[in-house]
Design a protein around this ligand. Structure first.
Ligand code: GLY
Ligand code: MN
Length: 439
């Protein structure tokens, strides 16, 4: 994650909007319809995910809303990728309720509203999700209260599990809808993160393609860039390559930052003109079948690195290689961060004056990839086969207007790792050769 040390540089969450428009809630169950996802996971895969989550809540009750009111984008609640992970659906005004003490046939209930109007009736939701018990959203608060017995004598120790935000605040619409007095509310997020962080074969196939298409887009950017062109033109050719590769959406707003624009970690205005002698940083991601790629390359607009640019670039590159070489089961992202920083500090020479260049490495090294570009993970969770993470060191020197970042997408394998984004050239010679191919 581009987690910054500076409050000014704190990242904005990169989230997808719910696909369904927000409309007034219908009281009629019969009008409830669902948004059919492009490529939902198979119902048995979704059912296995829900069963695994059920095992973590004991006799408690978990509610997963379809949107996260606490994560608003332009006034719209952001779609919850937790809900999508467990149901295959992208909706607004829907809840998934898991109950550890309900009879098996009612242990998983999907509440849908009539306002997620796109395709198909409630029965379709049952078929897509594999959930037999699909009910009307307007009944959800009352039925949840009954399940939790907040409308009667409370059951000692009844636990309500909700995903909580950074400040431990649970999803507001659930708490507002149900009297939670006397209930023990627990954070569902760690259990969700533990599940989501290890990808199954289907997810890995999507992530592989997302990384490959992202890298192909980055390489296309290299072949297209040159002095006098606009950053937006490079963005356009990169995103056209994504579309040609079967990925019509980006996994986050493309960052095409020339010169000192690269000092702003999430610069995405892309309004400057490429200038001879400067570097261009592209940090771009294709979303393939719902899954996110995230690849950064930095290269000379002229086609050839200056000595200074090359020396800094090679320090970032060797730092990235040291970290990638260390990716294997059992290692943590914290370990990788330390390895990268020690490498950069130890190999800076006098490149950054009296300081080491590590002082200019102002963000975190890695984040997990999945349905979200910043997919859930847990601090200090040892890496395990099936996890996919970015490795993205950088050096940002404001006094020189230089920002350099190199980012690849890396799969953890039983024996070590596999880099999924090799289609984007990376060594100095390979980068300069790719730019020379100009098309
Ligand atoms: N690629 C943008 C980020 O990792 O925040
Ligand atoms: Mn990233």
């Amino acid at each position: 994650m581009l987690e910054t040390r500076s409050a000014l540089l704190v990242q904005l969450p990169l989230l997808a909007l719910a696909t369904a428009p927000l409309m007034a809630q219908s009281n009629s169950c019969e009008s409830a319809v669902v948004a059919a996802p492009e490529m939902p996971a198979a119902p048995d895969v979704l059912a296995a995910r829900r069963s695994a989550l059920l095992e973590t809540i004991g006799s408690g009750v978990a509610v997963v809303p379809a949107t996260s009111p606490s994560r608003q984008l332009d006034g719209y609640p952001a779609a919850s990728s937790d809900f999508e992970y467990l149901t295959g659906l992208e909706l607004s005004d829907a809840w998934l309720v898991l109950s550890g003490s309900a009879p098996d046939e009612n242990a998983v209930v999907l509440y849908l509203s009539g306002n997620a109007a796109t395709e198909g009736p409630m029965a379709e939701a049952g078929a897509v999700t594999g959930i037999a018990d699909v009910r009307c959203f307007s009944d959800a608060p009352e039925q949840l209260a009954a399940l939790l017995r907040t409308d009667g004598p409370s059951t000692p120790g009844t636990k309500l599990f909700l995903a909580m935000g950074m400040r431990g605040v649970p999803d507001a619409d659930v708490v507002a809808a149900v009297d939670t007095a006397g209930l023990e509310i627990q954070n569902l997020r760690p259990a969700l993160a533990r599940l989501r962080v290890v990808k199954d074969e289907e997810e890995l196939a999507r992530l592989r393609r997302a990384a490959e298409v992202s890298a192909l887009g980055a390489a296309q950017g290299m072949r297209s860039a040159g002095p006098g062109l606009g950053e937006a033109e490079i963005q356009a050719v990169i995103e056209a390559e994504f579309r040609a590769g079967g990925a019509p959406e980006t996994s986050f707003p493309s960052i095409v930052a020339s010169g000192s624009n690269a000092l702003e970690l999430h610069y995405d205005e892309n309004i400057s003109t490429l200038t001879d002698g400067e570097l261009l940083l592209t940090d771009v991601g294709a979303e393939y079948a719902g899954y996110a790629g995230d690849v950064t390359r930095t290269y000379p607009i002229s086609g050839t690195f200056t000595d200074r640019q090359r020396e800094l670039y090679e320090l970032v590159l060797s730092t990235q290689e040291a970290a990638i070489d260390s990716v294997r089961p059992g290692v943590t992202i914290e370990d990788l961060n330390r390895i990268a920083r020690e490498h950069m500090a130890g190999h800076s020479g006098d490149l950054c004056g009296e300081e080491t260049c590590e002082v200019y490495f102002i963000h975190g090294l890695s984040h997990h990839l999945g349905l979200d570009v910043h997919d859930p993970g847990l601090p200090n969770l040892p890496l395990a086969p099936g996890m996919v993470l970015t490795v993205e060191p950088g050096i940002y020197i404001p006094a020189e207007g230089i920002g350099i970042r190199i980012e690849d997408d890396v799969l953890v394998t039983p024996d070590g790792h596999e880099v999924l984004s090799t289609a984007a050239p990376k060594s100095v010679s390979a980068v300069e050769a790719e730019i020379a191919k100009s098309d």
